[in-house]
Design a protein. Structure first.
Length: 260
Protein backbone atom coordinates (compact mmCIF):
# COMPACT_ATOMS: atom_id res chain seq x y z
CA UNK A 1 0.00 0.00 0.00
CA UNK A 2 1.22 3.47 -0.81
CA UNK A 3 1.81 5.86 2.05
CA UNK A 4 0.79 9.52 2.04
CA UNK A 5 3.94 10.55 3.88
CA UNK A 6 7.62 10.18 3.10
CA UNK A 7 7.77 6.44 3.78
CA UNK A 8 9.72 4.49 1.19
CA UNK A 9 8.96 1.03 -0.15
CA UNK A 10 10.99 -0.74 -2.84
CA UNK A 11 9.83 -3.83 -4.74
CA UNK A 12 12.20 -5.71 -7.05
CA UNK A 13 10.44 -7.40 -9.95
CA UNK A 14 13.56 -8.93 -11.50
CA UNK A 15 16.37 -7.66 -13.74
CA UNK A 16 16.31 -3.81 -13.49
CA UNK A 17 12.59 -3.45 -12.81
CA UNK A 18 11.97 -1.76 -9.47
CA UNK A 19 8.80 -0.21 -8.07
CA UNK A 20 9.56 2.83 -5.91
CA UNK A 21 6.70 3.90 -3.66
CA UNK A 22 7.61 7.19 -2.01
CA UNK A 23 5.64 10.11 -0.58
CA UNK A 24 2.39 8.91 -2.14
CA UNK A 25 3.84 8.52 -5.64
CA UNK A 26 4.77 5.36 -7.50
CA UNK A 27 7.73 5.21 -9.90
CA UNK A 28 8.38 2.18 -12.10
CA UNK A 29 11.99 1.77 -13.26
CA UNK A 30 12.87 0.00 -16.55
CA UNK A 31 9.68 -2.08 -16.69
CA UNK A 32 10.03 -5.67 -17.87
CA UNK A 33 6.58 -6.98 -17.01
CA UNK A 34 6.17 -9.97 -19.29
CA UNK A 35 7.31 -13.56 -18.96
CA UNK A 36 10.21 -13.20 -21.38
CA UNK A 37 12.13 -10.46 -23.16
CA UNK A 38 12.61 -11.05 -26.88
CA UNK A 39 15.01 -14.04 -27.05
CA UNK A 40 15.97 -13.80 -23.39
CA UNK A 41 14.21 -16.12 -20.96
CA UNK A 42 13.08 -15.13 -17.46
CA UNK A 43 13.98 -17.23 -14.47
CA UNK A 44 11.53 -16.63 -11.67
CA UNK A 45 7.93 -15.56 -11.48
CA UNK A 46 6.35 -13.02 -13.80
CA UNK A 47 5.50 -9.76 -11.99
CA UNK A 48 1.90 -9.65 -10.80
CA UNK A 49 -0.12 -6.64 -12.04
CA UNK A 50 -0.98 -5.53 -8.51
CA UNK A 51 2.76 -5.13 -7.80
CA UNK A 52 3.31 -2.49 -10.49
CA UNK A 53 -0.16 -1.15 -11.32
CA UNK A 54 -0.95 2.57 -11.60
CA UNK A 55 2.51 4.12 -11.63
CA UNK A 56 2.72 7.91 -11.69
CA UNK A 57 5.85 7.85 -13.87
CA UNK A 58 8.23 5.42 -15.55
CA UNK A 59 12.00 5.87 -15.17
CA UNK A 60 13.67 4.67 -18.36
CA UNK A 61 17.46 4.47 -18.25
CA UNK A 62 18.16 3.62 -21.91
CA UNK A 63 16.67 1.85 -24.90
CA UNK A 64 18.37 -1.55 -24.90
CA UNK A 65 15.76 -4.26 -25.25
CA UNK A 66 16.17 -5.61 -21.71
CA UNK A 67 15.30 -2.17 -20.30
CA UNK A 68 12.95 -0.59 -22.85
CA UNK A 69 10.65 -3.48 -23.74
CA UNK A 70 7.87 -1.93 -25.81
CA UNK A 71 5.10 -4.33 -24.93
CA UNK A 72 5.80 -3.79 -21.24
CA UNK A 73 5.87 -0.01 -21.71
CA UNK A 74 2.52 -0.20 -23.46
CA UNK A 75 1.10 -1.95 -20.41
CA UNK A 76 1.49 1.39 -18.60
CA UNK A 77 0.54 3.63 -21.55
CA UNK A 78 -0.58 7.12 -20.59
CA UNK A 79 2.11 7.45 -17.91
CA UNK A 80 5.01 9.92 -18.37
CA UNK A 81 8.24 8.10 -19.31
CA UNK A 82 11.13 10.12 -17.85
CA UNK A 83 14.30 9.62 -19.87
CA UNK A 84 16.86 11.49 -21.99
CA UNK A 85 15.41 13.93 -24.52
CA UNK A 86 16.50 11.94 -27.59
CA UNK A 87 15.17 8.76 -26.06
CA UNK A 88 11.96 10.58 -25.15
CA UNK A 89 11.41 11.55 -28.78
CA UNK A 90 11.73 7.89 -29.76
CA UNK A 91 9.32 6.91 -26.97
CA UNK A 92 6.79 9.45 -28.29
CA UNK A 93 7.18 8.00 -31.79
CA UNK A 94 5.87 4.75 -30.31
CA UNK A 95 2.70 6.45 -29.07
CA UNK A 96 3.89 6.80 -25.47
CA UNK A 97 4.46 9.85 -23.26
CA UNK A 98 8.22 10.32 -23.48
CA UNK A 99 9.50 13.27 -21.46
CA UNK A 100 13.02 14.59 -21.00
CA UNK A 101 14.07 14.96 -17.37
CA UNK A 102 17.47 16.66 -17.53
CA UNK A 103 16.34 19.01 -14.74
CA UNK A 104 14.33 18.26 -11.60
CA UNK A 105 10.86 17.08 -12.61
CA UNK A 106 7.95 16.84 -10.16
CA UNK A 107 5.94 13.65 -9.81
CA UNK A 108 3.52 14.53 -7.06
CA UNK A 109 5.62 15.22 -3.96
CA UNK A 110 8.62 13.44 -5.50
CA UNK A 111 11.31 15.01 -7.67
CA UNK A 112 13.26 13.15 -10.36
CA UNK A 113 16.18 14.15 -12.58
CA UNK A 114 18.63 12.43 -14.90
CA UNK A 115 22.26 11.83 -14.01
CA UNK A 116 25.08 10.43 -16.17
CA UNK A 117 25.59 6.80 -17.07
CA UNK A 118 28.50 5.38 -19.07
CA UNK A 119 26.88 2.74 -21.24
CA UNK A 120 27.62 3.30 -24.91
CA UNK A 121 28.63 -0.18 -26.00
CA UNK A 122 26.43 -2.22 -28.33
CA UNK A 123 24.78 0.78 -30.07
CA UNK A 124 21.38 0.04 -31.55
CA UNK A 125 20.99 1.32 -35.13
CA UNK A 126 17.23 1.78 -34.87
CA UNK A 127 17.05 3.49 -31.46
CA UNK A 128 18.91 6.43 -29.86
CA UNK A 129 21.76 5.42 -27.58
CA UNK A 130 21.46 7.87 -24.70
CA UNK A 131 22.00 6.31 -21.28
CA UNK A 132 21.28 7.85 -17.89
CA UNK A 133 20.56 7.08 -14.29
CA UNK A 134 17.96 8.87 -12.18
CA UNK A 135 18.09 10.71 -8.86
CA UNK A 136 14.87 10.59 -6.84
CA UNK A 137 14.13 12.68 -3.77
CA UNK A 138 11.23 13.55 -1.50
CA UNK A 139 11.71 15.43 1.75
CA UNK A 140 14.95 14.09 3.23
CA UNK A 141 14.86 10.78 1.34
CA UNK A 142 17.21 10.37 -1.64
CA UNK A 143 17.70 7.50 -4.09
CA UNK A 144 19.92 6.86 -7.07
CA UNK A 145 18.69 4.47 -9.74
CA UNK A 146 21.93 3.85 -11.61
CA UNK A 147 20.59 2.15 -14.75
CA UNK A 148 23.29 0.38 -16.76
CA UNK A 149 26.66 2.05 -16.34
CA UNK A 150 30.35 1.61 -15.86
CA UNK A 151 31.98 3.11 -12.78
CA UNK A 152 32.82 6.81 -13.25
CA UNK A 153 34.46 9.42 -11.02
CA UNK A 154 31.51 11.84 -10.95
CA UNK A 155 29.42 9.37 -8.96
CA UNK A 156 30.92 11.07 -5.91
CA UNK A 157 29.07 14.27 -6.92
CA UNK A 158 25.60 12.68 -6.86
CA UNK A 159 24.83 13.33 -3.16
CA UNK A 160 25.50 17.05 -3.57
CA UNK A 161 23.32 17.10 -6.68
CA UNK A 162 20.55 15.52 -4.61
CA UNK A 163 21.09 18.11 -1.87
CA UNK A 164 22.48 15.77 0.76
CA UNK A 165 25.78 14.56 2.19
CA UNK A 166 25.13 10.89 1.38
CA UNK A 167 22.43 9.03 -0.49
CA UNK A 168 19.91 6.91 1.33
CA UNK A 169 19.59 4.17 -1.30
CA UNK A 170 21.65 3.20 -4.33
CA UNK A 171 19.92 0.85 -6.78
CA UNK A 172 22.90 -0.59 -8.62
CA UNK A 173 23.44 -3.30 -11.27
CA UNK A 174 25.74 -6.14 -10.23
CA UNK A 175 25.55 -8.66 -13.09
CA UNK A 176 24.11 -9.36 -16.50
CA UNK A 177 22.20 -11.93 -18.50
CA UNK A 178 25.11 -14.21 -19.28
CA UNK A 179 28.14 -15.76 -17.56
CA UNK A 180 30.37 -12.95 -18.88
CA UNK A 181 29.73 -9.27 -18.25
CA UNK A 182 30.25 -7.03 -21.28
CA UNK A 183 31.88 -3.59 -21.23
CA UNK A 184 30.14 -0.56 -19.72
CA UNK A 185 28.54 -2.59 -16.94
CA UNK A 186 29.30 -2.78 -13.22
CA UNK A 187 29.98 -6.12 -11.63
CA UNK A 188 29.92 -6.71 -7.86
CA UNK A 189 33.25 -4.96 -7.16
CA UNK A 190 32.47 -1.85 -9.21
CA UNK A 191 28.94 -1.61 -7.81
CA UNK A 192 30.34 -1.73 -4.28
CA UNK A 193 32.76 1.08 -5.16
CA UNK A 194 29.80 3.09 -6.48
CA UNK A 195 28.05 2.64 -3.13
CA UNK A 196 31.18 3.84 -1.35
CA UNK A 197 31.51 6.86 -3.65
CA UNK A 198 27.93 7.98 -3.01
CA UNK A 199 27.97 7.16 0.71
CA UNK A 200 24.81 5.11 0.25
CA UNK A 201 23.23 3.90 3.48
CA UNK A 202 21.48 1.05 1.67
CA UNK A 203 22.12 -0.71 -1.63
CA UNK A 204 19.59 -2.66 -3.68
CA UNK A 205 21.41 -4.91 -6.20
CA UNK A 206 19.61 -5.41 -9.51
CA UNK A 207 20.38 -6.58 -13.07
CA UNK A 208 21.22 -10.13 -11.99
CA UNK A 209 19.53 -13.49 -11.50
CA UNK A 210 16.67 -12.94 -13.93
CA UNK A 211 17.33 -13.10 -17.68
CA UNK A 212 19.35 -15.60 -19.68
CA UNK A 213 19.66 -16.73 -23.29
CA UNK A 214 17.89 -19.97 -24.20
CA UNK A 215 19.47 -23.00 -22.45
CA UNK A 216 22.34 -21.01 -20.90
CA UNK A 217 20.46 -20.52 -17.64
CA UNK A 218 20.58 -24.26 -16.96
CA UNK A 219 24.34 -24.46 -16.59
CA UNK A 220 26.74 -23.22 -13.91
CA UNK A 221 26.22 -21.04 -10.85
CA UNK A 222 26.65 -17.69 -12.59
CA UNK A 223 23.03 -16.78 -11.85
CA UNK A 224 23.48 -16.85 -8.07
CA UNK A 225 27.13 -15.77 -7.84
CA UNK A 226 26.77 -11.94 -8.07
CA UNK A 227 24.84 -11.39 -4.83
CA UNK A 228 27.26 -12.95 -2.30
CA UNK A 229 30.16 -11.42 -4.23
CA UNK A 230 28.51 -7.98 -3.97
CA UNK A 231 27.83 -8.41 -0.26
CA UNK A 232 31.47 -9.29 0.34
CA UNK A 233 32.70 -6.31 -1.70
CA UNK A 234 30.37 -3.91 0.12
CA UNK A 235 31.57 -5.20 3.48
CA UNK A 236 35.15 -4.49 2.37
CA UNK A 237 34.84 -1.05 0.73
CA UNK A 238 31.55 0.42 2.06
CA UNK A 239 31.06 -1.11 5.53
CA UNK A 240 28.46 1.52 6.51
CA UNK A 241 26.22 0.42 3.63
CA UNK A 242 23.58 -2.26 4.22
CA UNK A 243 22.73 -4.54 1.29
CA UNK A 244 19.02 -5.03 0.68
CA UNK A 245 18.63 -8.71 -0.17
CA UNK A 246 15.43 -9.27 -2.15
CA UNK A 247 14.06 -12.06 -4.27
CA UNK A 248 11.79 -11.47 -7.23
CA UNK A 249 8.58 -9.78 -6.12
CA UNK A 250 9.80 -9.04 -2.60
CA UNK A 251 9.61 -5.61 -0.97
CA UNK A 252 11.61 -3.64 1.55
CA UNK A 253 11.15 -0.50 3.63
CA UNK A 254 13.78 1.11 5.88
CA UNK A 255 13.23 0.08 9.46
CA UNK A 256 11.23 -2.97 8.38
CA UNK A 257 12.07 -6.63 8.66
CA UNK A 258 13.09 -7.32 5.07
CA UNK A 259 10.27 -8.61 2.92
CA UNK A 260 7.15 -6.63 3.77
Amino acid sequence: MRGSEERLRLTWLGHSTVVIDLAGSRLLADPLLRTHNNLLRRRGVRPRPEQWADPDAVLLSHLHLDHAELRSLRMVAGVPVLTGSRNAAWVRSQGLLGQGAEEWTEVGAVQVRLVPAVHHGRPMPHRPNEAHGHLVRAGTTTLWVAGDTALYDEMADLPALAGTERLDVAIVPIGGWGPRLSANHMGPAQAAQACAATGARYALPVHWGTLHPPLVGRFGDWFERPLPAFEAEVAAVAPDCRVIRLGHGESWSPGGDGDT
